[in-house]
Design a protein. Structure first.
Length: 273
């Protein structure tokens, strides 16, 4: 490489017109933005939001609703900050998703960002969370008080799980949403993995339709297994309603296996478009 080419590439990199995932400047930028985002997440909670959580815990007559609204606002501000300092990422979130109410939502899972993105979009929200997280200081207290559902049917949080499922019909009828990632874990390949039965059993228990939401490209911004956000590459993140399933749960021909296959096929077909 000639000196002219070197300095041309350096100038292009500094001004963001040349992107190379291996450049030191990119790594520094990714690191700074990642630390900024997680600093907000931690410091923002303790400085800006913890007084409101404590007030809601001791004085709110509807403690669970109050915690869900606070979760929603905390994470909405997180994504405002993310969009501001990572302008190369464009966000396309359909109004159909933003306005979901009283719904059981299933979605594909590409990134750690997916669950907190749903929390930022839905003011009244519950989800199923790995039981180990309920053991964490502060975070576990927020999960429990928010009415989120432990994943395990055994252990110290099993009763909480049964109690939440028992009351989920009433929660949905009051405008709340339950969102679930039936793959159970993030997809490293982007392909739709096998579905667990849990979400569909809950839908049958509630005699509720299922809203299928498709997430695109969050894994490119915050890949599974990585600490740093990928902030220098152009990216289009889209959240769309792929369809609605309204099974006749009382029909003699209804099977849970058939419902799962139908949901999986619909999500695969939409993700391929």
């Amino acid at each position: 490489m000639t000196k002219q080419e070197f300095f041309k590439n350096l100038v292009m990199t500094i001004h963001g017109t040349h992107t190379n995932s291996s450049t030191p400047l990119k790594s520094v930028k990714d690191f700074i933005i990642t630390v900024t985002l997680w600093a907000y997440y931690i410091i923002g909670f303790f400085v800006m939001f913890s007084p409101f959580y404590l007030y809601a815990f001791f004085f709110s007559p509807r403690r669970e609703d109050a915690f869900q609204k606070l979760n929603h606002r905390l994470h909405r501000l997180f994504f405002v900050l993310l969009r501001t300092i990572v302008p190369k990422v464009k966000w396309h979130i359909s109004d159909e998703v933003k306005t979901l109410r009283s719904s059981i939502i299933i979605a594909n899972h590409l990134s750690f960002l997916d669950p907190i993105l749903f929390v930022s979009l839905l003011e009244k929200q519950k989800t199923i969370v790995r039981s180990d997280y309920f053991k964490l200081p502060v975070f576990g207290w927020i999960l429990k008080t928010s009415g989120y559902i432990p994943s395990s049917t055994e252990g110290p949080f099993a009763q909480d799980m049964f109690d939440q499922i028992k009351n989920i019909k009433e929660y949905l009828s009051g405008g709340g949403n339950l969102f679930i990632f039936p793959e159970g874990t993030r997809s490293w390949s982007g392909l739709i993995g096998p579905f667990d039965k849990g979400a569909f059993r809950i839908a049958k228990f509630c005699n509720a339709p299922i809203k299928i939401v498709l997430i695109r490209n969050t894994g490119k911004l915050f890949p599974p297994g990585k600490f740093l956000f990928n902030t220098c590459d152009k990216n289009d993140i889209a959240i769309t309603l792929a369809g609605t399933l309204e099974p006749d749960y009382e029909s003699e021909s209804f099977t849970l296996t058939g419902l799962i296959a139908e949901a999986h096929t619909l999500m695969e077909r939409k993700s391929a478009l």
